[in-house]
Design a binder for this molecule. Sequence first.
Ligand SMILES: [Zn+2]
Length: 343
Amino acid sequence: MSGRNSLRWILLACALTFLACDRDKDKAQAQAQAQVHTPPATAPAETASPTLNLPPDSGPPPAFDGDRAMQYVKDIVKFGPRPLGSANHKKVEEYITAHLKGDDVEHDTFTADTPAGKFPVHNIIAKFPGSKDGIIVVASHYDTNYPLRNTSYVGANDGGSSSALLLELANQLRAKPRDGYSIWLVWDDAEEAMKPDTEVDFMTDSLYGISHLADKWQGDGTLKKIKAFLLADMVGDADLNILREGNSTPWLEDVLHEAATRLGEQSHFAGSRIAMEDDHLPFVKKGVPSADLIDFSYGYNNVFWHSPQDTVDKLSPKSLQIVGSVVLETIRILDKMEPLPPK
Ligand SMILES: [Zn+2]
């Protein structure tokens, strides 16, 4: 199937399926049950993405070592729970930074005023320069949920898998000079809520690190240079089903699916259309084309999410390899798309 035809099919499939939920697990499950429906014929059509000027398929898939990424997940998880302000959190910060030795690394640190008190927040940004004017950001949070801090919850998939994915992306990016946009990898902090969603609304008590970074980059002019913001979250599940995420920019989601299709991995990217409240939102709100790669069906009914059962045995190196390769293929397509659709 050609790229153009596959895109048409994806758009059709998405028009037929629509549901919405948010990060609150119970609420999400309830809403997902309640809001799955086929839109009536008169329902307004989904925002159409512009016709994409896709470059031809350029050969073998990009290298990505899923086994090495899996080892990083195991290393991160071994530190134990890593909620904001904990000694384990500090160790993971140091672990990430140690793997970026010799890279151009920026640290964005500040104190967040949260419903659970004031906490230090630490975003880590590794910059890999390219030949083209512009930046593609790939982000992942690395903290674990604060209300679960006194349980055995280690967030192997939630925070662990995507942070490990970025470490392996760094290995691939530093290997050779980039003929394309600069890539900035962001390990953002304090994505998780500090109080249970039943006590404080998730959107007023979460996304602390990435919101700070989005504001900072708006202030210093960096935001204007960002061509795309790709978020990875919960990407290691052995049963991999990446959503067609509803708050993401439609044309960038289409490019993501085109990349997956070119690598023969589209069946892992054909999940339901669900709108997630996640780290991409501050960039979406500021008009940056953004896409959230998230698998929010982690175990039957998403039961492993935010549970002590979010452990490495549920993950697979193959899933990490698939998502890592698709991210690299997405970047390769974006590098060659002239022009990129407007924001
Ligand atoms: Zn989480």
